[in-house]
Design a protein around this ligand. Sequence first.
Ligand SMILES: [Zn+2]
Length: 247
Amino acid sequence: MATRRKQSATVMAWLTVIITLTLCTVAAWGGNRLGRAQAATAVTQQDSRVVYLTFDDGPDGNYTREVAADLAAAGAHATFFETGINMRGQCPLIRRLLADGNQLGTHSWDHPLFPKLTAGQTAAEISSARLEQVSCTGHNSLLFRYPYDKPTAAGSEYLGSQQMLAIGSGIDPSDWNWQHVPDGEVTRRVLAQLRPGMIVQLHDGNAAAGRDHGHPGYLPGLLRALKAHGYAMDVLPSQGSPSSGHE
Ligand SMILES: [Zn+2]
């Protein structure tokens, strides 16, 4: 029953979501069919300056640890959209993210281009990553981000059937492209588009993990800059449900 109450609170929270440019169906959510909509890239009706940092493609055994340490040092929290293939063997690290007050979501099993997948492959990509995360943590997240921000009708259909929600990129400073986007530029790009409720898409795995010799060099500076502008860094207003994975 606690889970149901939590999901009801989640429904109310996400009714405040601004919907922008990507094509994705956020279908059944808490039993209410919302119909064809788009991936959320910000949360509205903020009564205070809050920004939602998100990290994709991890976890990476070294880099994610550094990200977690920087967040903890700054009193910040973030949401991690993890791939199934990178979760394997990293359960202690993922559990640490949760224990620190961060939030988990999934990002497919192995990061394919969803427009190239069949409906069956789409469902397998989403469900296998979610199951890996549940088996690792007991945490059943309803949040999903498409690889390459490429939503599909089949993906939307499946996410809707599972009462899952697609999260868009919001502010995308291309931190993964570290060979061409220096640390200061990451911060500058975020600040240029910053407003309360924005989601910021960052990365902690694959290409990004090579950045600054395995350290998220831009992150301490970005966190300082956000604080200096009066912002708190929090998790998205949807937690999924701690459970045994029966849902
Ligand atoms: Zn990705």
